[in-house]
Write a protein that binds this ligand. Structure first.
Ligand code: NAP
Length: 430
């Protein structure tokens, strides 16, 4: 049998302690499947005083994570500290430079610096694996690299953020407003004290950038992603969505187009008849459309100690077996530069909600603004009658260009009968 694989774990928070627990609990199974033992030789964590039960019994403990990189009894450094820069970046760079394999769950680091780190890993002939960084426990990177490797991917999309999916699901089920449900999510530990990273779509964008790179063989292009979060989704929109046969989901979507690579993260109207519309609560899902395989959907827990540890340890098992791949499925030098498709040229259907004064001629003015921009209406709902007062008017459009839709909305917003800024949500053809 091969000698044990010696592992150092930096960061013993949610994922770090989950990883330690999994390596202990399933040690015998993991050893059989890897053909060798996986042994944690050291951990790095700033706070030695925190009670961690017997999680650290028998392990060398370092206060300074950078001490791990040079240690001779470490083959793999597992970076579970987090953050695009700072210690995490220093540690990963140093570990690779010292010829150690690296496993990380850090999507921010990989989305910002993945290309340079992948290049370094290749130069040093070591692995840099990050399955846990994208959709937690869902093995989507492995599926793209291996099981789907023969396909041209036409489109990839998914529910990539647990916090947003929890909030949108709870809003739909309870009829409550965003702020109320966000506060509940924070109490339950599904949202951070500062939730902006999640609810403004940044976290989903990090994951989409990585997915798109692996799916399309392009360089990670975070800056090329159009990002909108879920702060402006209201209970009323969710109610109208249901009436129109949709559910609202925060999706990350990417596909190559004639104008470049389209990458978008924003709330979407998703037809209720599609499987992804039913991925609720803390679950994530990724759908891949391949030219030969057709549509494949993987659903599972996108975060949490145990699912994320499952992905971290899967990467460790690959390293133990010696079956590692290049980080982004192609050598870094072969990844194509990504040309972003301009969002203004995006073609799609739209849901628009307006609050208007209920008076004759209002609808005609709205219809004229749409007509002048060649946006054709599919359906319209006017809820209730209250002459002279505010009523919601909802309409959906056929496919139109984003720039034309925005010009029409600017004109509609200027009408004195329109009382609030129009709300627009893209309707996805999935
Ligand atoms: N949580 C999830 O469900 C999940 C899912 C997928 C991916 N991830 C990713 O996994 C990574 C870790 O996330 P997490 O949720 O486990 O975070 P976390 O609970 O905050 O854990 C991070 C740990 O790193 C420690 N740390 C900070 N600076 C350090 C340093 N200089 N040296 C050593 N340790 C240091 C922190 O200690 P202090 O408490 O003392 O600061 C903390 O214990 C992140 O990149 C995250 O994006 C997390």
């Amino acid at each position: 049998m091969k000698p044990p694989l010696k592992i150092a774990i930096a960061g013993l928070g949610t994922v770090g302690t989950g990883t330690l627990r999994l390596l202990r609990q399933n040690a015998a199974l993991i050893e059989r499947r890897s053909g060798r033992r996986l042994v944690v030789t050291a951990v790095a964590e700033r706070d030695a005083t925190r009670d961690r039960g017997d999680a650290l019994a028998g392990l060398r403990w370092e206060r300074d994570a950078l001490a791990l990189m040079a240690a001779p009894d470490v083959d793999v450094v597992v970076e579970l500290i987090g953050g695009a820069d700072g210690v995490a970046r220093e540690l990963v760079t140093a570990a690779l430079n010292h010829g150690k394999h690296v496993v990380t769950a850090n999507k921010a680091l990989m989305a910002h610096h993945g290309l340079e780190l992948a290049q370094l890993a290749e130069e040093k002939h070591v692995a840099l694996a990050f399955e846990a960084a994208v959709a937690g426990g869902i093995p989507i990177l492995k599926a793209l690299r291996e099981g789907l490797a023969a396909n041209n991917v036409k489109r990839i999309y998914g529910i990539l953020n647990r916090t947003c999916n929890y909030i949108l699901t709870a809003m739909r089920e309870s009829g409550r407003e965003f702020n109320d449900v966000l506060a509940e999510a924070q109490r339950l530990g599904y949202a951070e004290a500062d939730p902006s990273f999640d609810i403004d779509g940044i976290d989903a964008a990090h994951k989409l950038a990585l997915l798109a790179s692996v799916a399309f063989g392009t360089r990670v292009d975070l800056a090329g992603i159009h990002i909108e979060g879920i702060r402006h989704v209201s209970a009323l929109d969710i109610e109208f969505a249901a009436e129109l046969g949709y559910r609202i989901k925060l999706l990350g979507l990417a596909r190559p187009t004639a104008l470049g690579l389209e990458q978008r993260v924003h709330p979407c109207m998703v037809p209720r008849s599609t499987p992804i519309a039913h991925v609720d609560g803390v679950f994530n899902a990724v759908v891949v459309e391949g030219d030969f395989v057709g549509r494949v959907m993987l659903e599972g827990r996108g975060a949490g100690a145990e699912p994320t540890a499952s992905a971290v340890v899967a990467d460790l098992i690959d390293i133990a077996r010696g079956s590692t791949a290049t980080s982004f499925a192609l050598p870094a030098s072969q990844l194509m530069p990504s040309v972003p498709a301009p969002m203004a040229r995006h073609q799609g259907a739209y849901y628009i909600r307006l609050m208007v004064v209920d008076r004759p001629g209002v609808i005609a003015d709205i219809a004229a603004a749409l007509r002048d921009e060649q946006v054709s209406m599919e359906q319209m709902i006017q809820r209730g009658r209250a002459p002279g007062e505010a009523v919601p008017v909802v309409l959906t459009t056929h496919d139109a260009e984003e720039a034309a839709m925005r010009r029409a909305l600017e004109r509609i917003d200027r009408l004195d009968t329109v009382l609030e800024a129009p709300r627009m949500i893209r309707v996805e053809n999935l």
